[in-house]
Design a protein around this ligand. Structure first.
Ligand code: GLU
Length: 495
């Protein structure tokens, strides 16, 4: 492949959020462009006025920009004078010009049929159990008839004249040879009565004018492709190569949930999924490095080297939220401490209990210690603090939890006393994780449960928590000794 010529695009319609499938499409286009030293273009397809959402045009590039950059298109100046604007609603005269050209050459025709008539035709066809399609009523109007109707300003659309029999056949990079019978292809509308182009016209005109060589998009656009090919042929333009990406599926293999909360990239980011993890996750939705390689963690740079359209599967790609959690946890584990701190803080600040805690526990040094202990337990940043709330807030201890197995309260008081004793002689400046671990393990010896269990409960109030020496290290000497004493008092009340 001639690397220089690769030009691909991401062409979303604004729906108010970026769908995870959209992120995957954008990513594969980006990777393909980078791999072949080509150009990645970002354009907005907003010609469907019914689906328009305020702000969406801004939100899409904002969100994509979190993950990677594009070379030409919205917000970019390169080639913009020749090929822009990159928002389709700002290019209406371009589409009109090309629609007129097709009408002039007899490849398209104005259609004056009313919505009522089209509806009646559709119903009749349904009743006869025929495929529903335009019945060609305006296909062969005479020039005079057309001119008369135009003079009357009769509302009309422009339709493509689909001619001939046989099949439209093309070679899809992912799916191989794909063929559609022309019988199933309607004389589709190119220009609507409000002067807006349909997706088909605007998409083909722009892909041509922007020099797109490869159209990489979701499988849901596969049925549109023969229409596009007929359009390219009608214009006499080169046809780009197509690669249709597999559908995204729920784990039960149904089509991926439509609930925005489950598919909006912005919501995943808001929940504390790291962009790198999310990107890694969507990269694997329908692609793998091939060659029996089992690598699962990929940086963007690694993806660029490993990516190949030939390794995209045809079959649907299951969206497994547990895998996303796992990947995110891996990325959190590997975050530099400082980054983990700055990224976690906003989530911590939103916790309802965070406001009222002691000021010293809001300091970054303290939070940093908490994160050192909690890091490996985090699946997403919004969970921060949840499993270790006792590091911020004094725990409520259930005294019956304190004794290890069949130990009596008295024995437990004694064990806690020993723990308190050895801890109280550790100087403040030696209050380090490893040091505390060594002291406590040495003291407990063979009897880990007898000593460390009550200590863990005394310090956390929980049955499950990070090891007691880690808790002690985070909360500091004074609080540690206080919590042990409180536990002793509670046990004393039981004796
Ligand atoms: N505007 C279409 C979308 O919303 C683009 C499809 C295509 O890439 O041709 O996904």
């Amino acid at each position: 492949m001639d690397n220089e010529t690769v030009r691909v695009r991401f062409a979303p319609s604004p729906t108010g959020y970026l769908h995870v499938g959209g992120l995957r499409t954008a990513l594969y286009n980006y990777l393909f462009a980078r791999k072949h030293k080509g150009t990645f273009i970002f354009r907005i397809e907003d010609t469907d006025r019914n689906r328009l959402v305020e702000d969406a045009k801004e939100k899409l590039p904002d969100t994509i920009g979190i993950f990677f950059d594009w070379d030409e298109g919205i917000r970019k100046t390169k080639n913009a004078a020749e090929q822009g604007p990159y928002i389709q609603s700002e290019r209406l005269e371009v589409y009109r010009k090309y629609a007129d050209e097709l009408v002039e050459r007899g490849k398209a025709y104005p259609c004056f049929c009313s919505a009522d008539r089209l509806e009646a035709v559709r119903k009749e066809q349904e009743a006869r159990k025929e495929p529903t399609r335009y019945d060609g009523c305006c296909r062969d109007l005479s020039k005079e008839e057309v001119a008369d109707r135009m003079r009357e300003n009769a509302p009309h659309v422009v339709r493509l004249r689909v001619e001939g029999m046989g099949d439209v056949v093309f070679d899809d990079i992912v799916r191989g040879t794909v063929s559609f019978s022309k019988k199933t292809i309607d004389d589709q509308v190119l220009l609507k009565s409000d002067g807006f182009p349909t997706y088909h016209l605007a998409n083909v005109v722009d892909d041509h004018l922007m020099g797109i060589t490869h159209v990489i998009r979701g499988e849901e656009w596969l049925p549109s492709t023969p229409k596009h090919i007929i359009l390219y042929e009608a214009f006499g333009w080169d046809i780009p190569r197509f690669a249709h990406l597999p559908l995204l599926l729920n784990p039960d293999r149904s089509k991926l949930s439509k609930r925005q909360g489950d598919v909006a990239v912005e919501e995943y980011l808001a929940k504390g999924y790291l962009p790198e993890a999310l990107l890694n996750f969507v990269a694997l939705l329908g692609w793998n490095p091939g060659g029996g390689k089992t690598q699962e963690i990929f940086s963007l740079g690694e993806l660029v080297s490993a990516f190949d359209l030939a390794h995209i599967h045809k079959g649907g790609a299951v969206f497994d939220a547990r895998k996303l959690d796992w990947l995110n946890a891996q990325y959190i584990k590997n975050l530099p401490a400082e980054e983990l701190l700055t990224k976690s803080l906003p989530f911590l600040l939103k916790k309802p209990w965070f406001d009222g805690i002691d000021a010293s526990r809001k300091e970054s040094e303290y939070v940093d210690r908490v994160l050192t202990v909690e890091r490996d337990r985090l699946q997403k940043l919004s969970d921060v603090g949840d499993s270790v709330r006792f590091l911020f807030v004094e725990p409520t201890v259930d005294p019956t939890l304190l004794p290890w197995k069949k130990n009596t309260p008295k024995e437990t008081i004694a064990a806690l006393g020993v723990m308190r004793e050895v801890l109280s002689i550790v100087p403040e400046n030696e209050w380090m994780r490893e040091r505390l671990e060594t002291i406590l393990l040495e003291t407990a010896g063979e009897k880990k449960g007898d000593f460390l269990w009550p200590l863990r409960v005394a310090l956390s109030g929980e049955k499950q928590s990070p090891p007691p020496f880690e808790i002690a290290w985070v909360i500091g000497k004074q609080t540690t000794l206080e919590r042990i004493e409180n536990a002793g008092t509670l046990l004393g009340n039981m004796v």
